[in-house]
Design a protein around this ligand. Structure first.
Ligand SMILES: Nc1nc2c(ncn2[C@@H]2O[C@H](COP(=O)(O)OP(=O)(O)OP(=O)(O)O)[C@@H](O)[C@H]2O)c(=O)[nH]1
Ligand SMILES: [Mg+2]
Length: 251
């Protein structure tokens, strides 16, 4: 995992006076789109998370790949970004190592820390790389969307996200909102039966049913694509189960 953090962003937003919120929102949305585009072109997958702090599943990328992305942002934005890189057997462990490596270089609010690339442990490449991505989807969202105020359906989606975050964290996995009724989980080590237990817990507290397509590959791009294809098999009724896993042949 790579953590991406805007350098000294808080002070910048209020210097010399508070910047207009709409301009900050545009900067954040454009920065995320750029980060996703730059990383995805190298087979990785980024998540907007907090916007000032983002995550990337970056298996297969080199130090130089990361530096090129930092440079591209520096040339085109009024801010710079620092990054931390970490690897582990779970996504939570990897992001923790990445974060700690970055934090050693100083505060997110320090003007002295600029465009750091902090490497926590080894970068994951080649044979030892495995990415598992779960693409989770709510069943029958359209019923809420078409009958309830949109804000109410948004609250349901957020409640589901909250429970998924808590339950997946117990198993070392992360989960990010991906728009609509979709969540994407970097979930190495989480089994199909774990997902079944988690979904039962979501259903018992919210009455919402879930399905998940799981993909495994060497790079995030491949794993995410297989996860989407798995989900499509469930949606189209070709697979009766609510959980399906697709493992890359090359992996
Ligand atoms: N990010 C993302 N959004 C999607 C994807 N598929 C659908 N959506 C969005 O999610 C919302 C709900 O779509 P669906 O999940 O197909 O609708 P549903 O009524 O829940 O249907 P079922 O899940 O088949 O029960 C729509 O607004 C879509 O725009 C996807 O693969 N990725
Ligand atoms: Mg759905």
């Amino acid at each position: 995992m790579t953590v991406v953090q805007i350098d000294n962003y808080g002070p910048w937003t209020v210097t010399p006076e508070p910047k207009r919120e709409a301009d900050l929102q545009v900067l954040q949305a454009e920065l995320y789109a750029d980060i996703e585009r730059l990383f995805a072109s190298k087979g990785a997958l980024a998540f907007f998370c907090r916007f000032d702090n983002m995550f990337v599943i970056s298996n297969g990328l080199t130090e130089k790949d990361h530096q090129e992305i930092q440079q591209s942002i520096r040339y085109r934005y009024p801010i710079t970004i620092s990054m931390g890189i970490g690897s582990g057997s779970t996504a939570y462990e990897a992001q923790k190592i990445a974060t700690e490596a970055l934090q050693k270089f100083g505060s997110s609010k320090s003007s002295a820390r600029k465009e750091v690339l902090a490497i926590g442990n080894e970068l994951v490449n080649g044979a030892n790389s495995l990415v598992q991505i779960a693409h989770i989807d709510i069943n029958g969202t359209t019923i809420y969307t078409d009958t309830k105020p949109i804000y109410d359906s948004y609250i349901i989606v957020n409640k589901v996200h909250q429970i998924l975050m808590q339950e997946l964290l117990k198993r070392g996995a992360l989960v990010f909102y991906a728009g609509g009724d979709n969540f994407i989980s970097p979930s190495n080590g989480v089994s199909e039966s774990d997902f079944k237990k988690i979904f039962d817990s979501v259903e018992s507290t919210t009455n919402v049913k879930l399905k998940v397509g799981i993909g495994q590959g060497k790079l995030a791009e491949e794993a995410a694509h297989l996860a989407a294809k798995s989900l499509d098999l469930i949606r189209s009724g070709k697979i009766k189960n609510q959980i399906h896993c697709w493992v890359s042949k090359s992996g």
